[in-house]
Design a protein around this ligand. Sequence first.
Ligand SMILES: *Cc1c(COP(=O)(O)O)cnc(C)c1O
Length: 497
Amino acid sequence: MTFKAVPKEETLDPSDWNELRQLAHCMVDDIFSYIEKVRDRPVWQPVPDQVREFLRSPLPLQGQPAEAVFEEFRVNILPYPLGNIHPRFWGWVIGTGTPVGMMTEMLAAALNPNLGGADHVANLVEQQVIDWCKQMLGYPAEASGLLVSGGSMANLIGLAVARSSKAGFNVRSAGVKGSKRPLTLYGSLEMHSSLDKAVELLGLGNSFLRHIPVDDDYRIDVAALRRAIKTDLSSGLQPICVIGNAGTVNTGAIDPLDKLAEIAAEFNLWYHVDGAFGALAYLSPTLRQRLEGMEKADSLAFDLHKWLHVPIEAGCVLVRDADAHRRTFAPQTEYLKHQARGAGGGDNWYSEYGIELTRGFKALKVWMAMKNYGINKLGRLVQQNVDQASYLAKLIKNSPNLELLAPVPLNIVCFRFIAPGMNEGQLNRFNEELLIRLQESGVAVPSSTTLGGRYAIRCAITNHRSRREDFEILVSEVERIGKKLIAEGWTQREKKS
Ligand SMILES: *Cc1c(COP(=O)(O)O)cnc(C)c1O
C-alpha cells in the first residue's frame, strides 16, 4: 500500500512564539501609555480623509506580519476614537472602561470559551456574577439571569418573557397571531427607543406600546397610566406589561417604581424595569431609596458597561420567575440535549435563557471588576458622578449666560446658552452650532436632546475619570464659544436666514 504525500499542514499559531510574545509586550506598553495619557489628548477629532481612504482598501488576500498590521492600527485607528474613555466625554450614555477591564478581555479571549452551555468553569463564573448582580441590586436570590450585550438586549429578553408569560396562550407555537385581542404594553414618553425596538421585534407592534405622559419631573403620570390601561381593557384589548424607568436617558428621571409595581399587581401585568444605567444608583446608600420598588420587577434590565465601567459590551437581565424565563427560550433539539456527566453535562445552559447559542466570556470582566474594585468603591464612583452633576447644575445656575433645562435627579444635566434677543427656534439652532463647535474643539463631548421643543446640550456622567475641574472647563468653554458666536455675528446671520 502506498500513501500520497500529505501537503504541509498550516496553523494560525506563530512559527516563533517569542517573536509574537515580544510584539505583545510592545502592544501592552503602547496601550498603557495611551490610556495613561488620555487626558492630554483632544476628546474627539474627525477621522481624516486619508484614514477613511485607508479603510476602504481591498480585501487582503495575502497576509502581512502582525507587526505591520499593528503599526497600521497605531497610525490609523488609535488616534480617532469617539472619546468615551476621556475624562471630558459625557455624550449619550457610554461607559469609560478600565485598564484592568482591558487586560481581562485579553484573558477571556485567550481561553475563548463558549458560554452557551456544557460543563466548564466559565459558566460557573457567569453564575457567580449573576448571583452577585442580584445581591448588588437587592433582587431576589431565586431569580434567573443572563449576561447580554447591553441594555437593548436585556430589554428585549425581559419583554419576551413578559409576552410568553402574560399572553394567555402559547406564543412560541401559535405566534402573536394566536392572540384574539391585541396585547398592549405601557411605559412613559421618556422610555428608551430600545423598548420600541423590542416590541416591534416581538411582533407586538409599536402602536400597542402606549407612551404615557410624564409630569414636570419627567416621571410617568401614574393616573394617566391607570386611565390608559382601563380604556384599553374596556375596548377589548389585552394589557400585558408595565415598563418602569430607573433613570431615563433624557434627564435621569426615576419613575415611581413602587407605584408601578402596585398597578402591575392590580391589573395582573408583567412588570419590567429598564435600569440601563440608573439601576446602578442602588450601589450608593444615599441614592438607593429613590429606587424603591425596583426589586419588585418581574424582569430588570441594566448595563454593566455604563455605570459599572466594564468594557463594552456587557449588560444583564434578571427574571424573578426562572421557569418562565427558561420556558421562553429553551430549545427542544436533540443535539443540545444535556449529558448526565462529562463535558456535555452541567447545570448552566445559558443558551436556554436567551437568543444566542454561542456566547462569549463577558462574565470574566464583570467578575474581575467586582473583585478588584469592590462594590463599595463602584458605588462611591456612582455617587461621585451624581455629585458632579449637581456641581455642574450649580455652575450653570450661577452663570448669567446659561440656563438649566431640566431637574437633575441623577447624573444627567441638560442646559443651553441664552443669547439675548433670540426666539426659541433661533436659540435651538444657536445651541446646536455651539455644541458642534464644542465637540470640534476637542475640549469636551456632551451630546444633545430636545425637551419640550427646546434644544438642550446634555451631559450624561458615567465617567470615573471626570474631576470637578473638568466641569469648570466645560462651562467656561461653552461660554467662550457662545460669546464668540455672538461676536462673529452668527445671531445676525441667523435672523436674516
Ligand atoms: C443605554 C440605554 C439603553 C440601551 O442599552 P445599550 O447598552 O445601549 O443597548 C436602554 N435604556 C436606557 C435608559 C439607556 O440609557
